[in-house]
Design a protein around this ligand. Sequence first.
Ligand code: F6P
Length: 322
Amino acid sequence: MTKISKIAVLTSGGDAPGMNAAIRAVTRTAIYNNLEVIGIREGYRGMIENLYTPHDVSDIIQRGGTILKTARCMEFKTSEGRQIAYNNLKAIGVNGVIVIGGDGTFTGARIFNEEFDIPLIGIPGTIDNDLYGTDYTIGYDTALNTVVEAVDKIRDTASAHNRMFFIEVMGAEAGFIALRSGIATGAEAIIIPEVDDEVEKLNKLLESGRRQKASNIVIVAEGDKEGGAYKLANTIKEHYPNYDIRITVLGHVQRGGSPSAFDRVTASRLGYAAVEALLDDQKSTMVGIQNNEIALVPFRKAVKLHKSVDRNLLEIAEILSI
Ligand code: F6P
């Protein structure tokens, strides 16, 4: 194994609050260990197009987005693209890379590490929290708090008018944001891709007429089988014309903002652990958090295995919304 002497860090896929805190932790830990460190801009595209930057990590721990910018890069999915990226890294003497992102990022990293000898270590950064092998991904906590703040405001106006709101939250394939924000805001129903009979339950609640003269909040994960908040709300409107219904799609507001204390600390721990993992000759591995301890999870597992929603939380949500 080559002794690690110069590392690169990049962010890829959807940005998440706390990515800057992770970049800072990686950079400072690298410097502490006498490693050279460079930033690669715009994710894997930067590896292919030589977009390097010496980055200053002062004054970024509190900022949302990512100072290194991010991208979803199609070229890295081709072997030609990855070969160019490898040649470029070799040419500037980089012998270890830390990638911060979600499952798309780690899929690319896993393939790269099967083909080439530069070790890659991943830090989970996505608001979706849908990565197997880590209890939390960077950005999830902040996004949850953003959703809760928005839904609380909607609840005020919903109560004033006795209205029912369908609120769509992010989570293309997973209901983690929907489930926790639903519990935290006392939602009457939570519709997520992982559960099949939630719409049935909502129908039962509406049929009973119990909630007609009150506010109702239905949180819908964008990736739900029903086709999102608009589609579901329209179906419900047809069947229950007595309910006064409105729809809000929270959208990208969920991805921005200053990271919460929890995300800053998680990002700092994971950034530090990622550099340590490189120094310990690890590769093709994600650093995660399991039961509040750092865990090393092979990319193969992190991207292939499915993270399940907490059944206990589902039960709590159901009981508390009667
Ligand atoms: O970051 C993950 C995610 O927020 C998903 O929940 C969402 O579907 C997607 O990104 C949106 O991505 P984009 O900004 O590329 O439209």
